[in-house]
Design a protein around this ligand. Sequence first.
Ligand SMILES: Nc1nc2c(ncn2[C@@H]2O[C@H](COP(=O)(O)OP(=O)(O)OP(=O)(O)O)[C@@H](O)[C@H]2O)c(=O)[nH]1
Length: 216
Amino acid sequence: MAGLGPGKGPGGAAEPRPLLVKIVMAGESCVGKTSIVRRYTEPGSPPAGSPATSYMATIGIDFKVKPVMFNDTRVKLQIWDTAGQERFHTLSTSYFRGAQGFVLVYDITNLKSFQSITIWMNDIYEKAGDEVDVILLGNKCDKESERVVPKQKGEKLAWEYGMPFFETSAKENVNIEHAFSVLTKEILEKIKFCSFAFQQYVSDELSALLNSQFVY
Ligand SMILES: Nc1nc2c(ncn2[C@@H]2O[C@H](COP(=O)(O)OP(=O)(O)OP(=O)(O)O)[C@@H](O)[C@H]2O)c(=O)[nH]1
């Protein structure tokens, strides 16, 4: 992929490697996870739900890479698309470990997919810890006439978990780019804060050590 390895900047100086961020898609089968990833990483592909596309369940696991720039930081998003089918559940959740962010998806026309969000959240906490960044997406908002999950219910659930929420349409490209950009921003802020806290800790420890040397 062009421009992702260590290269030369405009002035000939070596550019730092892009920051690798692992994001995992989660949610029931058929809610639109693959379509959202394709919409985001392959903008030219036929839209989900159009006659040119037919549903093919994800078998096992797949990932796509999306390079993005964020406030002068080069970021390489590695987006893992898991299979929502029950028979792949153990395999899918085994990829949750080490993820920095999750895109948790339900389908606004499928009540069961919304009701299972709590179960998915438990899986996320169990495998990736409860400090991880998660965003909740109510997908297929273009199908308003078939809606069974009111928007307020999605907002309330997201509020209870303290996570951002968007209704999206992979078919009509509603809120997809925005959702990923909000998640990336949250992850980067956390990384920045952690590295600051670590530096602070090292510097405090170092000062304490130096001070103790001068006691004599
Ligand atoms: N109308 C509409 N259809 C969508 C949208 N997103 C996905 N679809 C359709 O919903 C079906 C399932 O989409 P997928 O993206 O394969 O769903 P998935 O969550 O990846 O499913 P699994 O791989 O089984 O976990 C396909 O027929 C898509 O074309 C959307 O925003 N609007």
